[in-house]
Design a protein. Structure first.
Length: 545
């Protein structure tokens, strides 16, 4: 058998990746990773994507994970190629996304001797992965087979559940690098070793708290949390449900669903519940987080994460489980509940919704452009927000649909690529600022190669719009150079380079029908800031009345 030891090693490793749930692999071309790339390409069931930019490739894989909830593998060669995976691995770690990182490496005798394209790749992502291993070089003993079996059993623990997150396999190879491409029988699937984690929850100790009434449910970022029974619990316990833009709940039609919490708490911080149930990762809204921090009542955090996100304030109780399991247990409690806050929040929701709708009709700025476009997106399509202003405008104006975002590290990099990864499985509408778009323009190559269904809505305010809302804006002598950073880009040329249709918005903000399009909305940063301030004043006036 040609290169028998190498063939057996990489085929068995790739076969076991598939057996443990990997269905898609993103490959960045390079020489030293040849065995991994060829074995993946030869696997009859794996879907492979070829992406020449490692940094964007890894974010593209995050989009695939968001769309499928399955682990996705990424492959690159040795050297700085592996370094370019770091931003996406960081995002995957904080967002609990099962990214399987495979880096080809030089053999041990070529490390630390000045050999080309060789850096220290052992534990190079150690701060941001759940598991890592530096494989030995391939040989014909059975030990490598057993090591792969042990490695996959250990690593697969991080593909699902409360410890979900990225893992790193560093795999060194000696030349020759080409495996036996005819040995596809080595890729035949095998059963895997499974482990089950049973969890039950007894909520009887919280019965007295729930019976006291006047509870509030705050549903934060639940892009990857199961929310079955959530509205049944809201009805039975008479809870207003404050739904973050990433809660996945805003598309529901329910009278207890509150979509205007961010707008409300910019002007109203005096509401005081008897208890608060927080679901998922923290909310986007700074104002809602400030309100949560001020509360003295017990707070309950329900989040499937062994190291919980306690921000903005440490809760009195943490339940490490999918919210659906918690809600199912809550429904078993037979309590007579009265909650006076439901009607209060419903009245405020009605009042603020009217103010926001009137504002959208009366004002022309970046925020109202986002609002008008969101109203036109079909329910079966996905919205993906860039960080900084797009996600915040989404929190203010989004009334329906499913929204996603790279909200782990809150970065502006890799947004285009992640959205395109999701677009491999859904029709996606990406709202992104001009700086963030520039930061990941390389990622657009996957549209040219894969022809994904995506509308890229570039909110071009010629700079970093979010800094206008921070104290730095008052330092006029330094602000534009250090924070405003105008780039003066015309995105029609970007669209032409990557074979996207191009459309420039006019006063009639209309969502393009095509799904291979870059739609540029040009706005003014100063006007955007003034419009947001005007909305806040309208809200204060309405609440005072």
């Amino acid at each position: 058998m040609k290169n028998e030891a190498l063939t057996r090693q990489v085929y068995h490793l790739v076969k076991r990746l598939y057996d443990y749930g990997v269905r898609e692999v993103v490959i960045s071309p390079g020489s030293r990773s040849t065995p991994l790339a060829m074995a993946s390409e030869r696997h009859p069931e794996l879907i492979t994507y070829i992406h020449p930019d490692e940094r964007s490739a890894a974010f593209f894989a995050l989009g695939l994970i968001k769309a499928t909830e399955r682990p996705v593998a990424i492959i690159c060669t040795s050297g700085t190629a592996a370094s370019n995976f770091t931003p996406a691995i960081t995002e995957a770690y904080i967002s609990q996304l099962p990214l399987v990182v495979l880096t080809g490496d030089r053999p041990h005798e070529l490390r630390n001797v000045g050999a080309p394209q060789a850096i220290d790749q052992v534990r190079m992502y150690s701060n941001f992965v759940k598991f890592d291993i530096d494989f030995p070089l391939a040989d014909l003993y059975e030990a490598p087979h057993d090591l792969i079996e042990a490695t996959m059993l250990q690593a697969s623990h991080y593909f699902t559940g409360s410890d979900r997150g990225p893992v790193h396999f560093n795999v060194p190879f000696r030349e020759p690098l080409i495996p036996d491409l005819t040995a596809v029988e080595l890729l035949a699937p095998e059963p895997v070793i499974t482990f089950e984690e049973e969890r039950t929850v007894d909520l009887s100790s919280l019965s007295a708290l729930f019976a006291a009434g006047n509870g509030v449910m705050v549903v934060g970022d639940c892009q990857h949390q199961k929310l079955d029974y959530v509205m049944e619990v809201a009805e039975q316990f008479k809870l207003p449900v404050l739904a973050d833009v990433l809660s996945q709940l805003r598309g529901l039609n329910h009278p207890q669903l509150i979509r205007t919490a961010d707008t409300l708490f910019k002007s109203q911080q005096t509401l005081k519940p008897d208890y608060i149930i927080r679901i998922g990762k923290p909310v986007v809204s700074k104002q809602l987080n400030q309100w949560l921090t001020k509360q003295t009542c017990p707070q309950i955090l329900v989040q499937e994460k062994s190291e919980p996100d306690t921000f903005p304030v440490v809760p009195q109780h943490h339940f490490n489980m999918q919210p659906a399991e918690f809600f199912k247990s809550m429904l078993k409690l037979d309590l007579d509940v009265r909650n006076d806050l439901v009607s209060v929040f419903q009245h405020l929701e009605h009042t603020l919704s009217e103010v926001i709708e009137a504002h959208i009709d009366a004002v022309t700025d970046e925020g109202t452009a986002v609002a008008k476009l969101l109203q036109q997106i079909p329910d079966d399509e996905v919205v993906f927000f860039g960080n900084s202003m797009p996600i915040r405008d989404g929190d203010t104006f989004m009334q329906h649909g499913r929204a996603y975002c790279n909200r782990g590290a809150n970065g502006i990099d890799g947004v285009v690529s992640t959205a395109l990864g999701m677009a491999a499985h859904h029709t996606v509408n990406l709202f992104i600022g001009d700086i963030s778009m520039y930061h990941d323009m390389n990622g657009l190559i996957m549209h040219k190669l894969e022809r994904s269904n995506i509308r890229i809505i570039v909110l071009n305010n010629d700079g970093g719009g979010i800094f206008s809302y921070l104290p730095q804006r008052k330092e006029e002598a330094l602000f534009e150079r250090l924070y405003g950073t105008p780039l003066g880009l015309d995105f029609r040329h970007v669209a032409a380079l990557y074979e996207l249709a191009y459309s420039l918005a006019d006063d009639d903000i209309k969502l393009p029908e095509a799904t291979h399009v870059l739609y540029e909305v040009r706005t003014d940063r100063h006007n955007n800031f003034e419009a947001h301030q005007a909305l806040n004043e309208k809200v204060k006036a309405a609440l005072n009345e």
